[in-house]
Design a protein around this ligand. Structure first.
Ligand code: GDP
Ligand code: MG
Length: 218
């Protein structure tokens, strides 16, 4: 399947139950589903602008399961930016991000420094007594990894749009060329299963020259 060069691929990772799907659905559909049925991996699309051009933001919602390592690796190698989600009510969910971060580092190698990564502590709406990871602790882990940090609530819609906006703001060397805009004119959200046939889709090698491009959520 040919890749669209103006797709910007964001991948979410995190243990089951931390709220990855809720964050993505909150952002894409503006809803907080109470009975979302998990699938292996879903990709959602949102139209965004890059330097006043239209491009597609693809958000891949992974299961967080380690049962599909090949899919996990493919998602990492195809991803342009990553959202690593834990629940502030589960210290274990933060610890479980470490091997994923390790894998991202291994797969991205030297290109990692130019890749936007956000560590996200979700569910901050939960009562204080349920909190297991403080804001400062989350921030410390992010600093240790050299990534950005944010706390969110998919339930109350706190910092959700900001999360995606910040992630796009971190993109430093995106060079989008809109040669064929027809397929992207349609504003909307389509959902598709990721196919496994995108071999050769490497990390974002495209676009090394030029200044910082402003990407904005529409
Ligand atoms: N209180 C609260 N619950 C949340 C939040 N985000 C997700 N949840 C709940 O946590 C559970 C798991 O969410 P889900 O998005 O399926 O997690 P995923 O497995 O990481 O995709 C569901 O019951 C959600 O309703 C949040 O910000 N606050
Ligand atoms: Mg999910």
């Amino acid at each position: 399947m040919p890749e669209q060069s103006n797709d910007y691929r964001v991948v979410t990772f995190g243990s089951g139950g931390v709220g990855k799907s809720s964050l993505v659905l909150r952002f894409i559909k503006g809803t907080f589903p109470t009975n979302y049925i998990p699938t292996i991996e879903d990709t959602y699309r949102q139209v965004i602008t890059c330097n006043k051009n239209i491009c597609t933001l693809q958000v891949t919602d992974t299961t967080g399961s380690h049962c599909f390592p090949a899919m996990q690796q493919l998602s990492i190698s195809k991803g342009h930016a990553f959202i690593l989600v834990y629940s502030v009510c589960s210290r274990q969910s933060l610890e479980e991000l470490r091997p994923i971060w390790q894998l991202i580092k291994e797969i991205k190698g030297e290109t990692l420094t130019s890749i936007p990564v956000m560590l996200v502590g979700n569910k901050i709406d939960e009562p204080a007594e349920l909190r297991e990871v403080t804001h400062a602790e989350g921030q410390a882990v992010a600093a240790e990894w050299g990534v950005q940090f944010m706390e969110t609530s998919a339930k109350t819609n706190h910092n959700v749009t900001e999360l995606f906006q910040e992630l796009l703001n971190m993109e430093k060397n995106r060079n989008v060329s809109l040669t064929d805009s027809k397929s992207n004119k349609k504003k909307g959200k389509s959902k598709k299963k990721e196919q496994n046939g995108s071999a050769g889709a490497g990390p974002s090698g495209e676009g090394s020259g030029g200044g910082k491009e402003k990407c904005q959520v529409m």
